[in-house]
Design a protein around this ligand. Structure first.
Ligand SMILES: Cc1ncc(COP(=O)(O)O)c(C=O)c1O
Length: 401
């Protein structure tokens, strides 16, 4: 059992996002030569066979006789919407028509459009704390006030959320129930039921970010809240950034058709529509089963990487870190033992050529806590072994005596 995480309830809300207070962009460690990046939840794009994608891209351009190069539906290429609807039905028990799918450029755009479409200035959005800062910024940009809610070994503390909902109106709650970001824990079945029931009773929109649905290693993936609660209660957000590549920028929303109309209206101001050539090509790869084969292959690989990283960390750094093998995802959540300052260690690790994120990146007010998210998605087995050796050397460098 991991130690209980303690975000403070009375944290001060950060100011509404202004350009002058834009969050500092993390140093792009992945662009620093020689640095091994334990990417928070990034996949290894080296595992992708780009040839089928390149062929599909060519075919879409040729076969469409130019139609993919014209203006199109803001909700996305019809073929991709159908392919995604079929995938949601077969892998997640989520039965929605293609007309309930809205394709976006990554789930970040999905979160921004959803925020604009459902929130009014001053609305309260409950978020997991610790949690995913990029989502928080999307809600803030739409004028929301954020309410941080505790996360523990069972995921979001739904009872705490229910208590808050008795005292104030909560417009929406943003959750990552499959593998909570950043702690990797799975929301328990009881809490899922309670959350859905609370949302219905209080009229709270659940925004479910199911960013790594395919990467569950202990038995089948856990069905999303949306497949239990339906699109009347849950706005489901997914992405192909993990199963394919973040650079393709394909995410999607599955939601009630009325919401989709509003998403389209907001998209029109900034982007008009997505990239129909890429969307058509990815649709073809989904129809032929290429994407599904890729997922099966990389899931095995990531599982091996998870096991190797957890084993090496325990063997070489068990005196400094405690951790549980996560049931899925692309990262380990680890806690430093007394006597180890995780932030000093992270700074020393960068000098030794390893980048990783510590808990303050994920706390609501930037508070420092003795945890870190150690990603293994982007590192092959040799690199994982080398990474742990460098972490061990960095630990020696910051350990007195
Ligand atoms: C919690 C969470 N949601 C969503 C995403 C995916 O973002 P996108 O689809 O915009 O690439 C990520 C990627 O890091 C994530 O960690």
């Amino acid at each position: 059992m991991q130690p209980r995480l303690r975000p403070r309830r009375a944290e001060r809300e950060a100011p509404v996002y202004r350009l002058s207070s834009a969050p500092r962009v993390e140093p792009a460690a992945e662009h620093m030569t020689g640095v091994l990046v334990m990417g928070g939840s990034a996949p290894d794009t080296r595992l992708i066979d780009v040839e089928p994608l390149a062929r599909a891209y060519r075919r879409v351009l040729h076969d469409s006789r130019g139609s993919v190069l014209r203006y199109g539906d803001a909700a996305g290429h019809p073929r991709l919407r159908s392919a995604l609807a079929a995938m949601l039905a077969s892998t997640r028990g989520l039965t929605v028509g293609a007309d309930q799918i809205f394709v976006t450029r990554g789930s970040q755009m999905a979160l921004s459009l959803v925020a604009r479409s459902i929130l009014r200035r001053g609305d309260v959005v409950a978020v997991e704390a610790l949690g995913y800062r990029h989502a928080w910024q999307a809600f803030r940009l739409a004028g929301a006030r954020l309410l941080p809610v505790l996360v523990d070994a069972g995921g979001l503390d739904v009872a705490a959320l229910a208590r808050c909902a008795e005292q104030q109106r909560i417009a929406a709650v943003y959750v990552t129930p499959h593998h909570q970001f950043p702690t990797t824990v799975t929301l328990t079945q009881d809490r899922r039921q309670n959350l859905l029931e609370l949302a219905r009773r209080k009229g709270i929109a659940i925004i479910e970010d199911d960013y790594d649905h395919e990467f569950h290693y202990e038995g089948p993936s856990v069905m999303p809240l949306a497949s239990l609660g339906g699109t009347a209660t849950v706005i489901y957000v997914g992405t192909l950034s993990k199963i394919l590549a973040p650079g393709l920028r394909i995410g999607y929303v599955a939601a009630a058709a009325e919401l989709l109309e509003r998403l389209a209206a907001y998209r029109a101001f900034a982007d008009m529509q997505g990239d129909f050539v890429v969307e058509g090509a990815v649709a073809e790869l989904m129809e032929t089963g290429e994407v599904q084969r890729h997922v099966r292959r990389v899931r095995l690989e990531y599982r091996r990487r998870r096991d190797l990283l957890a084993d090496r960390l325990r063997a070489r750094l068990g005196h400094a870190l405690s951790l549980e093998r996560p049931s899925g995802g692309l990262a380990v959540w680890a806690s430093s033992r007394p006597g180890t300052d995780i932030d000093r260690w992270a700074a020393a690790a960068l000098d030794h050529g390893v980048a990783f994120q510590t808990a303050h990146t994920f706390t609501f007010s930037g508070e420092r806590l003795p945890h870190a998210r150690l990603g293994y998605g982007t590192l092959n087995e040799m690199e994982i072994v080398e990474t742990v050796e460098r972490l061990a050397a960095a630990h020696v460098a910051v350990t007195p005596g």
